[in-house]
Design a protein around this ligand. Structure first.
Ligand SMILES: [Fe+2]
Ligand SMILES: [Fe+2]
Length: 293
């Protein structure tokens, strides 16, 4: 067993496992899948789409705005699903492994089970209402030798970036009664599980960082922080999806992508949405300055 003090992570894992058992659900019987989404309701709040606050949004028809919310929801669900594929494979590797206490392994079974369910519900949503799951965008993975604890810290930092990002959108959608009931219900179910995953990520990362970061050479720490800031940035860029713009009937999707990325209101939105995650990373030392998002 490793020497990291995992007292709090173990204690939390016990509670989270109990909650996951209590709320265990069958994803195949959790949703009604209508033939099409409600044309009078958004799939996500227009204020958090990638065109919010841009001149492009003002030029769109109501139908295009509705379609944008559908295809951006499909982008969010596809990106989340693709992140979950990696997550599940990493979690499976960690089960019963050198770094996992029995309490952690017990919880990882739930974490993995829940992510598998999420991929099923997101997959059905994307296939049914967007005609496909948008393909995976290659994110920045590190290569080469790693410092002690680094692989695990990278893994949970990535998990947290993707999960906290998706959770913000889930919460906004589930609270917005202008949104489609199915999109809201999927968001609610995902948010319930993700609240536990994020609590686990935070506890585990806190104890791993406290043990390992003080031992890392300065250049390892600098390279890690650069990588994490880059990962957060790339994760955002994948949400500005030209294929979704095209599917929503918007012309010049690549130009629209560049315009949206550069827009001041979108920069503010990105900073606001990522604030909590950035603060946490600063607090435990994974970042030492606010990244350019
Ligand atoms: Fe998930
Ligand atoms: Fe999750």
């Amino acid at each position: 067993m490793n020497a990291v003090d995992l007292t709090r992570t173990n204690e939390l894992s016990r509670r989270l496992s109990a909650m996951s058992r209590e709320r265990f659900y069958d994803v195949y019987h959790s949703f009604e899948w209508p033939e099409r989404l409600d044309p009078d309701r958004f799939a996500m709040s227009p204020e958090i789409t990638t065109l919010a606050g841009t001149e492009v949004l003002n030029s769109l028809t109501d139908e295009q705005i509705h379609a944008l919310t559908v295809y951006e929801t499909a982008t969010l669900f596809s990106n989340t699903l693709n992140g979950e594929r990696l997550l599940v494979s990493g979690l499976a590797t960690q089960l019963y492994g050198r770094d996992a206490t029995p309490e952690i392994t017990d919880y990882l079974h739930h974490f993995l089970d829940e992510e598998n369910k999420h991929m099923i519900m997101f997959g059905v949503f994307c296939d049914t209402y967007a005609g496909r799951v948008y393909p995976e965008k290659k994110l920045a993975f590190a290569e080469g030798p790693m410092a002690p604890g680094e692989a695990l810290i990278r893994f949970y930092a990535m998990a947290m970036v993707v999960e906290a990002f998706g959770d913000y959108y889930n919460v906004r959608t589930m609270q917005d009664d202008r949104c489609d009931p199915l999109a809201r219900e999927i968001s609610r179910v995902h948010h319930q599980d993700e609240a536990r995953h994020l609590a686990f990520d935070r506890a585990y990362l806190t104890e791993l960082a406290a043990e390992h970061l003080p031992q890392w050479p300065e250049e390892t720490l600098t390279a890690f922080r650069k990588w994490l800031a880059g990962f957060m940035r790339v994760n955002w860029v994948t949400f500005y999806n030209p294929a979704a713009y095209r599917d929503a009937g918007i012309e010049n999707p690549y130009e629209v992508q560049q315009l949206a990325l550069a827009s001041e209101s979108q920069k503010t939105l990105r900073r606001d949405i990522s604030r909590g995650t950035v603060r946490f990373f600063l607090k435990i030392g994974l970042l030492d300055e606010e990244p350019e998002l």
